[in-house]
Design a protein around this ligand. Structure first.
Ligand SMILES: [Zn+2]
Ligand SMILES: [Zn+2]
Length: 236
């Protein structure tokens, strides 16, 4: 399994980062976890065609996590691609239907199939969705007990303790923020004792969080890395 961070950015522009998106590559499948704005271009940069993507798993329907979904679906229609599998939290089907109300010219052209279950497989690879703590319905994904991807959430034990070698966790906010639906360094550190991952990749940092990244890594005092766009992890 190979993982590439396509987008590590947030809802404001910073350092040329694309918005949230991770590409997972298995033997014969390619899957996106979230597809925020910019991931579409990152795929091209990487040399991965939109026709090669088998499925998209959405953590939640905020624009910085799904902004390129319609772009991907429309391009796949123009490229005459097969049906795209879309997995997401409850409400995903309704959400996409609502988008098509706003863009009626796309209706009956886009080819997709939505599934909202909490356990599913893409090819032979097992995925589990765990509801997370955010301002709208949201879920993180655990893939083959090897990788856990939080999406936007407050850090909490049930997710942090997921069976995995690699944990990709959001860290939106810096020290001293009171936040119920995003992660702060203090919040993350309070859960770290139950983390089973060998390494944590931190993503979705707002600019003020990036400014204190060295202090945060020192404070967390664990094997943590700040993820960058196009960072690639092979042989997971
Ligand atoms: Zn969000
Ligand atoms: Zn976000």
């Amino acid at each position: 399994m190979r993982l590439t961070f396509l987008g590590t950015g947030v809802a404001v522009p910073f350092e040329n980062r694309a918005q949230s998106s991770v590409l997972l590559e298995f033997d014969d499948k390619k899957v996106l976890i979230d597809c925020g704005i910019g991931c579409y271009h990152r795929l091209e940069q990487l040399g991965v065609g939109l026709d090669e993507i088998d499925a998209v798993c959405i953590t939640h329907h905020h624009l910085d996590h799904n902004g390129d979904l319609l772009n991907i679906l429309k391009a796949r229609w123009l490229l005459d691609c097969s049906t795209l599998k879309i997995f997401g939290p409850p409400g995903t089907r309704y959400f996409i239907e609502s988008l098509l109300e706003a863009y009626p010219y796309l209706r009956n052209k886009l080819s997709f199939d939505v599934e909202e279950g909490s356990k599913f497989a893409i090819g032979d690879v097992r995925f589990k969705a765990i509801p997370t703590i955010h301002s709208i319905e949201s879920q993180g994904y655990v893939i083959e007990d090897a990788i856990a991807i939080s999406g936007d959430t407050r850090a909490f034990e049930e997710f942090i303790s997921a069976e995995c070698a690699i944990m990709i966790h959001e860290l939106s906010l810096p020290f001293n923020y009171i936040a119920d639906t995003h992660t702060t360094p203090e919040n993350l550190k309070s859960c770290l004792k139950s983390c089973k991952a060998e390494r944590i990749y931190l993503t979705h940092l707002y600019p003020m969080t990036h400014r204190v990244r060295d202090e945060i890594l020192e404070y967390l005092d664990c094997d943590a890395v700040i993820a960058e766009d196009m960072m690639r992890l092979s042989k997971i």
